[in-house]
Ligand binder design. Structure first.
Ligand code: UDP
Ligand code: MG
Length: 188
């Protein structure tokens, strides 16, 4: 039995995006998320390659802002700060709790007390620099955690794993419901 199968728990990925990193907001963002009482089960600095960006935002590939979004998450508009800080959190109603802290997608429409509402901005090109990513639902959360983390990087056995050579990998990188992206080579 894995955490995810127990019903009550949701798992989500939170990312301090490049605009949050250049503004020195990583600690502040973590403080806000810690206060939700959700359990942090993974954290890592990540260099956002185009491959990772494309897999992460695969579901938005047809949007008019897509190419700019890929360049934004890769840090191209923020001093080429090509690193972000990614977290996995689990807990009851994790999506709802975390998205309440993050605020609405458009920082100009987000409540001022939220992270995006107080610290985000819309660029003149219409890109939402909104400081944080939070999974939109628990299916997306599961997919994203598997995309961003190796099993060993989590402090709990969140999802089933298998051995590939002598490395532990996720048993199902996607599955019919969650497979919305091409996966990195090592998962194939
Ligand atoms: N985004 C944007 N313009 C839009 C909609 C979205 O720049 O009109 C960017 C923004 O950075 C957002 C990301 O695309 O966070 C993912 O969009 P989504 O609809 O999943 O919003 P989120 O789940 O991040 O609130
Ligand atoms: Mg989303």
């Amino acid at each position: 039995m894995f955490w995810y199968d127990m019903g009550m728990e949701e798992s989500i990925l939170v990312i301090v995006k490049p605009d949050g990193m250049v503004k020195g907001l990583a600690g502040y963002v973590l403080t806000r998320f810690e206060a939700t009482g959700l359990r942090m089960v993974a954290a890592r600095m990540a260099k956002v390659t185009r491959e990772l960006a494309v897999a992460h935002y695969y579901h938005l590939r047809e949007k008019p802002f897509y190419e700019e979004l890929i360049r934004f998450i890769m840090g191209e508009f923020d001093n080429n700060q090509d690193n972000v800080l990614a977290f996995a959190f689990i807990g009851e109603n994790a999506v709802k709790k975390a998205r309440a802290i993050a605020g609405a997608t458009n920082p100009e429409e987000a409540d001022y007390r939220t992270i995006r509402g107080s610290l985000g901005r819309v660029t003149t090109k219409g890109i939402f620099e909104n400081v944080v990513h939070v999974s939109s639902d628990h299916i997306e959360g599961k997919r994203e955690i598997k995309l961003w983390f190796w099993p060993e990087e989590l402090t709990v056995e969140l999802f089933p794993t298998k051995l590939a050579g002598n490395r532990k990998v996720w048993l199902e990188p996607g599955g019919p419901k969650t497979r919305t992206a091409p996966w990195p080579e090592e998962y194939k």
